[in-house]
Design a protein around this ligand. Sequence first.
Ligand SMILES: Nc1ncnc2c1ncn2[C@@H]1O[C@H](COP(=O)(O)OP(=O)(O)O)[C@@H](O)[C@H]1O
Ligand SMILES: [Mg+2]
Length: 306
Amino acid sequence: MDAEATRGRTLVEESREAVVVLDEADRVLMASRRARQTIEGIREGEPLPPELLTGAAGVIPFVVPYELDGRRERLVYLSREGDTAAYEELRSGFTAAVSHELRTPLARLLTLLETATLPGEDTRELVDQATREVEQITELIDEVLFLSELESGARVVSLGPTPVAPVLDEALDELAERAARASVELRVECDRAVEVAVRPRMLRVVARNLAENAIRYAGPDTTFTLAVETDADGRVTLVGRDDGAGVDEAELPRLFERFYRSDAARASRGTGLGLAIVKHVVTQAGGTVEAHGGRGRGLEIRCSFP
Ligand SMILES: Nc1ncnc2c1ncn2[C@@H]1O[C@H](COP(=O)(O)OP(=O)(O)O)[C@@H](O)[C@H]1O
Ligand SMILES: [Mg+2]
């Protein structure tokens, strides 16, 4: 085989997609390893099962015809209904949403800088506002990076068990000043002996996000409690609960979506990624998340670990 042919064969064989090369009689000349491993009935030298070309098998064909030395061949990409297409859509939607979210604080920052050059402006106040915009941008970038770290398989589960109480105490201590300014009382209710198989850093991210939300949204003179419950089978549930403003019951299932923010929250800073990160961490550890409550009845987020 000459170099060109070897290169062509390797390209097909090692493709990340399920792809086949067909001759004029729909016989499989080549197939990627992925195609052979993920789709039934693909064998080199044999005809391609006809239902794969009609879409009847839940497989969507994308056909690229070409001619080679007078022979007509076809390159056929076979993607499962919903898989790559949905994934691509999610990815591009995510990129668009991140760009949009970055644009808003950047535009405000630009306006502030322009205003600062005008004579007689209170530059001190403008610099303070600009600093807050930069903080908002940094928060968004940090959260997007953290999410992609999680998606690329960063380990959530720890090798050994992590004692829960010290992590929760530390996370809430760091937020004490902000909580005091918002008149939200922070509490930890946790048996010192409880342990979970989650990395301390990941546990801290969960605790911090739940507490930050209460500080941002619960309203003054409320209490946020981070409690740990254990049941008879050893399941550990981390519960973040406040007695503040809450959200409409209909919104509860949407809170974990990326970029979802209730109308009431839009006036305040935030990215809408916090609870999506919480859900990611908990589900990667094999657990589940739930939201309970209602408008004026506070919010309770339950994270159950196996
Ligand atoms: N403790 C809470 N009380 C009321 N609403 C909350 C609370 N926690 C979260 N929310 C609502 O859920 C939305 C999503 O939260 P989150 O994913 O952490 O994003 P962010 O805090 O950046 O807006 C918030 O914008 C807010 O509308
Ligand atoms: Mg948040």
